[in-house]
Design a protein around this ligand. Structure first.
Ligand code: ADE
Length: 229
């Protein structure tokens, strides 16, 4: 998978050098390039924003640097590209979308700041023959920019790529599996910690009972999560 992330703070993406994503990049399972939006400005101040038409608070990101940065990024990739614009106004990211993007070859993340990117950028690339456009939010809260949101998505997506995670079985059992149920509680040694015991059934060696217990605990957790919404 080839990933490009466009931002005025490409340093945010240093985090991709760590842990499993870093290893996947080293082993060439993933190719990742952070791109500095300001390289696509042509004035001395490297201006990326301007006041909004119609008035109002804050600044809006100018379309020209975004157009040039996305065109240049498209040249890094072959064929069809999924262009993901991070915005709190987008469709909410979830495990199903992570599974879908994990099957794609080319992802470009456009990380806006300020009050967002001039809306014509999304309109233009929605009609581009090499682009599948997605406007995505990672949750119902507002961040200062799309960088952290892109990192969240990159982690959730790339860990699903075969070979990125050492033990692929751990993908099968985990939270937010296909049926939307969260994971059961887990325990390790010691058997007693600060007066709290590991549930007896887990020490019984009875695989049938263990699996029933885990299923019912997962159900209980999911229900109580739903009730607290
Ligand atoms: N940019 C600002 N807030 C965001 C959010 N919640 N998701 C994605 N991008 C954002």
């Amino acid at each position: 998978m080839k990933i490009t992330a466009i931002s005025i703070f490409p340093e945010y993406f240093a985090a991709t050098k760590l842990s499993l994503i870093g290893k996947a990049i080293d082993s060439k399972l993933i190719e990742f390039a952070p791109i500095d939006l300001r390289e696509f400005t042509h004035d001395n101040h490297k201006t990326v924003d301007d006041t909004p038409y119609g008035g109002g608070a804050g600044m809006v990101m100018k379309p020209e640097p975004w157009g040039e940065a996305i065109d240049s990024s498209l040249n890094r990739h072959d064929g069809i590209v999924d262009l993901i614009i991070l915005t709190p106004a987008g469709r909410t990211f979830n495990q199903e979308l992570a599974n879908k993007f994990a099957q794609r070859e080319n992802l470009i993340f456009a990380c806006g700041r300020y009050e967002g990117i001039d809306a014509r950028v999304a309109d233009f690339y929605r009609g581009h023959q090499r682009v599948r456009l997605h406007e995505i939010s990672i949750g119902n809260y507002v961040l200062n920019g799309g960088e952290v949101a892109a990192l969240v998505m990159i982690e959730a997506i790339t860990r699903l790529i075969p070979g990125v995670i050492g033990n692929p079985d751990s993908l099968l059992e985990e939270s937010h599996n296909e049926i939307g149920e969260v994971e059961y509680p887990v325990y390790t040694k010691p058997a007693e910690w600060r007066g709290l015991q590991v549930p007896e059934v887990l020490k019984s060696g009875n695989h049938g009972e263990i699996s029933n217990w885990r299923r019912s605990e997962a159900k209980r957790r999911s229900n109580s999560l739903r009730e607290s919404e």
